[in-house]
Design a protein around this ligand. Sequence first.
Ligand code: TXA
Ligand code: MG
Length: 330
Amino acid sequence: MLTKRTQMAMPTIDTTHIQEAAALLKAGKLVAFPTETVYGLGADARNPQAIANIFLAKQRPYTHPLIVHIAQPNQLTDWARDVPAAALTLAKAFWPGPLTLILKKQPHVSDLLTGNQDTIGLRIPKHPVATALLQAFGGAIAAPSANRFTHLSPTSADAVRDELGDKVDLILEGGYCEVGIESTILDMSRDQPTILRPGMISAAQIEAVLKKAVSSALQNAPRAPGMHHLHYAPDTQVVLVDSVATFLPTLTNDDLPLAFLVRKHVEFQGSEVNWIVMSDEPSQYAHDLYLTLRQLDGQGFKKIAVLCVPDSREWDAIRDRLGKAQSKEG
Ligand code: TXA
Ligand code: MG
């Protein structure tokens, strides 16, 4: 199941499907589509009824705002006002790509998109199918990740089918998502640029472009994405482990059979521990993470143990997602 990021086949674009998907969006229907991060559950961002149906399909509370996906930087001011120059600089540097900018919203923007806040999340995704869909549709597409609320984000079309089944009118195929975890969310509506959700565009990369420090609201922003304790969790209980050597002797029958995600081969005789050697490199690890957790879920493991990842900034986003996966009980 683990695919190399570098070996992924470029998905072929089925123009008929794209046209069909664009027509469905125009008719107020829901279309799931691939992005480079995870699959999105899309609706016409100017159609409040269609947007409301996203919340129903995902069983997501209305207080959680959605990201609006656009095709061109010049659409930014259709949705955002008072856009700071620094936000345009970031858009130029990172779009299309896995960065969502939070900006002050235009007055027309539906409260459903913003969770009743004065801000809107915007990004240009980098996936040929998403690009083709946005171009064929011609407007903006509101899209959260295409999973049921509290579940893992889907990184393949099959995962979307498992999550949403017939709640979605069409699922566009686009292979495995290259990045594999959700976009970095950067709030540019405050005086100090603030990361609300870390992603594979790192704080260091953003700081290098802005030539100033960014802060992180991970501890104290109640509305911040993924702050809900049940976000991004598989059904099987996930346990984070500091050391393989100290954890193994503590195993009891309540833990076995166990799946164990590590980053290098471990010598251990015991048929009830299923070792999964993840990459030692953050981009590949991120690419494989949800695929692996989703594959392990439902295989009868009592727990999924995960060896903690390094404390360095390049692992921030993965550490964040592992923490969220762990916070779900049972
Ligand atoms: O990579 C991604 O961002 C994917 C793909 C499909 O683009 N989308 C995604 O959407 O992860 P979602 O809805 O699962 O997560 C988006 C997060 C939400 O948790 C929401 O709270 C936050 O973005 N968000 C959206 N608008 C916001 C705003 N105005 N202020 C603060 N947070 C916002
Ligand atoms: Mg989500």
